[in-house]
Ligand binder design. Structure first.
Ligand code: HEM
Length: 456
C-alpha cells in the first residue's frame, strides 16, 4: 500500500505539514468503500501509515487519528467539538438540544444538570432495580428454549436506564414500548448512516413508515412520561426531576423541547451501548466457557447461596475484569468523530478549521503496540500489577474529557451485576440461526445471537 508521506514539519521555522494520505483510495469514492465494506480492518491498519492520516470520503478529506496519545489530545482539547457525519445522521433521533449533540455553554449547563444522577455516590440507589432486572433475566431464561439475545439484551438495557433514571410505577409498561420503538429505530438509523439517501427515506415504503411510526411513538412516550411526572406532583431524586427543575443561564426553567430532547439524548445512547455490550458479554461467555466457570466460582465464594446483589459488585473483581476486557475487544462505541473549530495542530501536522476528525476506540484498544497478545481475551490483563503497563488513553471505551460518558460508573455496575447473575446460573451454547460475526452500525455488536442457557 502506498503512502504519500509528508514528514511532520512543526519546527520553529517550518509550518506544520499535511498528514500523509492513507493508501488504497479509489477515484470518486476515496476510502469510503473501505469504511463501508470492512471498517474495522480499515481503521485498524491506519496507524501503519502515520499518527494522523488523511482519508478521502468522496470529495471530502477526513483526518484519522491513530495513536492513544493523540486521541486523548483530541478528546481533551477545546479545539474539537461534537459534529460531523456520525452526529448529523443521529440528529433526527437525538434532536438538536440534547446533551449528546450540544456544544459550548449549552452543553456545559446540561452536563451540570445531569451529572448528579450519575455520580458515584448516586449509583447505590439504583442497585435494587439493577439487581431486580438482572434476576428477571435469569428467571426468564429457565425455559431452556433458544433465546433471541438481541431482544433480551436491549430489553434489559432499556428497562434499567428507564426505571433508574425516571422512577415511577408508570415506567414498567412504558419501558416495553420504549424497547419496541428503539429496536426499530436503531436498525433504521444504521441504514440511514451508511446509505445516506436523504429524501428517499421519506418515501412511504413499509420500512420507512415503520421507522417514522416508531420515532413518532417515542416522542409521544417521552411527552407522556414528562406529563405524568408533573401530574403526580412527585419529585423523586432522579434524572427526570433534575431536568424538570433545571434552570438556564438567566435562571428561567428550561424549555419543553430541551427537556424532551434531553430525555431522548440520554435514554437512546444509554440503551444502545449497554444492549450491545450485554450481547458481546454473552458471546464471550459462550465462546470462553472457562470464563463463565470462573465467574460462577467467584460469585459462589463472595456471595454464597443468596442471589447476587448490588452491594457485592465491588468484591467481584474477576467479573469486573471480564466486563473491562469485553469493552476492550468489543467497544460498543467503536468510532468517534469531531470537528476542528479553529486552525490547529496535532502530532506536528496541520489541521484546518472545519476539518472532520475520526478515530476508533476499537483500533486503539486492539493495537499490538499497546497490548501483548492483543487479540486474545485475557481478563487478567486488568489485574492492577499488569494494568499499569497499558499506555495512557489506550483503554477509553467511555472516552475522556468533557464529552466522556456520564454513565461509566452506572454502566460498569450494571454490566458487572448482569454478568455475575447470568454466568453463575447458566452456561451458554449457540442455537441454530446464531451469527456471531460483528455487526457494525452506530455501535458494534454481534450480528444475531441465538443462545441456549444451560442451567449449572
Ligand atoms: C457519551 C460510551 C452507556 C449516556 C458516551 C461516549 C462514549 C460512550 C464513548 C462519548 C462520545 C463522544 O466522545 O463523542 C458508552 C458505553 C456505554 C455507555 C461503552 C456502556 C457500555 C451509557 C448509558 C447512558 C449513557 C447507560 C445513560 C443512561 C451517554 C450520554 C453521552 C454519552 C448522555 C453524551 C455525553 C456528552 O456529550 O456530554 N458514551 N456509554 N451512556 N453517553 Fe455513554
Amino acid at each position: 500500500m502506498t503512502v504519500e508521506s509528508v514528514k511532520p514539519g512543526a519546527s520553529a521555522t517550518t509550518a506544520p505539514g499535511e498528514p500523509p494520505l492513507a493508501g488504497g483510495g479509489v477515484p470518486l469514492l476515496g476510502h469510503g468503500w473501505k469504511l463501508v465494506s470492512d471498517p474495522l480492518a480499515f481503521m485498524a491498519q491506519l496507524r501503519d501509515h502515520g499518527d494522523v492520516v488523511r482519508i478521502r470520503l468522496g470529495p471530502k478529506t477526513v483526518y484519522a487519528v491513530t495513536t492513544p496519545a493523540l486521541t486523548g489530545e483530541v478528546a481533551l482539547s477545546p479545539d474539537y467539538i461534537i459534529a460531523g457525519p456520525l452526529w448529523e445522521s443521529l440528529e433526527d433521533l437525538l434532536g438538536e438540544e440534547g446533551v449528546a449533540t450540544a456544544n459550548g455553554p449549552l452543553h456545559r449547563r446540561q452536563r451540570r444538570t445531569i451529572q448528579p444522577a450519575f455520580r458515584l455516590d448516586a449509583i447505590p440507589a439504583y442497585g435494587p432495580v439493577m439487581a431486580e432486572e438482572a434476576h428477571a433475566l435469569v428467571e426468564r431464561w429457565r425455559s431452556g428454549e433458544a433465546l433471541d439475545i438481541t431482544a433480551e439484551s436491549f430489553r434489559v438495557a432499556v428497562r434499567v436506564a428507564a426505571r433508574c433514571l425516571m422512577r415511577g410505577s408508570y415506567m414498567d409498561a412504558r419501558a416495553e414500548r420504549i424497547c419496541a420503538d428503539l429496536a426499530t429505530l436503531f436498525s433504521g438509523m444504521y441504514q440511514r448512516m451508511v446509505v445516506p439517501l436523504g429524501p428517499l427515506y421519506k418515501v412511504p415504503l413499509p420500512a420507512n413508515r415503520e421507522f417514522n411510526r416508531a420515532l413518532a411513538d417515542l416522542h409521544v412516550l417521552v411527552d407522556e412520561i414528562v406529563a405524568d411526572r408533573r401530574a403526580s406532583g412527585q419529585k423523586p431524586d432522579d434524572l427526570l426531576t433534575a431536568l424538570l427543575e433545571a434552570r438556564d443561564e438567566k435562571g428561567e426553567p428550561i424549555g419543553e423541547q430541551e427537556i424532551h430532547d434531553q430525555v431522548i439524548a440520554i435514554l437512546t445512547p444509554g440503551s444502545e451501548t449497554v444492549g450491545a455490550t450485554v450481547m458481546s458479554l454473552l458471546l464471550v461467555l459462550t465462546e470462553h466457557p472457562e470464563v463463565g466457570d470462573k465467574i460462577h466460582h467467584e460469585v459462589e465464594t463472595v456471595v454464597g447461596d443468596r442471589p447476587v446483589a448490588f452491594e457485592d459488585v465491588r468484591k467481584l473483581t474477576y467479573t469486573a475484569n471480564v466486563v473491562t476486557e469485553t469493552l476492550r475487544l468489543y467497544p460498543a462505541v467503536w468510532v468517534l468523530t469531531r470537528r476542528a473549530v479553529t486552525d490547529t495542530e496535532l502530532g506536528g501536522y496541520r489541521i484546518p478549521r472545519g476539518a472532520d476528525l475520526i478515530y476508533s476506540p476499537y483500533a486503539i484498544q486492539r493495537d499490538r503496540r499497546s497490548y501483548g497478545r492483543n487479540e486474545e481475551f485475557d481478563p487478567d490483563r486488568w489485574l492492577p500489577e499488569r494494568a499499569k503497563d497499558v499506555p495512557k488513553y489506550a483503554m477509553s471505551p467511555f472516552s475522556v474529557g468533557n464529552r466522556k460518558c456520564p454513565s461509566d460508573h452506572f454502566s460498569m455496575a450494571e454490566l458487572t451485576l448482569i454478568t455475575a447473575a447470568v454466568a453463575s446460573a447458566y452456561r451458554f451454547e449457540h442455537a441454530p440461526g446464531s451469527d456471531a460475526r460483528a455487526r457494525i452500525g452506530i455501535t458494534l455488536r454481534p450480528r444475531r445471537l441465538m443462545l441456549r442457557a444451560l442451567p449449572r
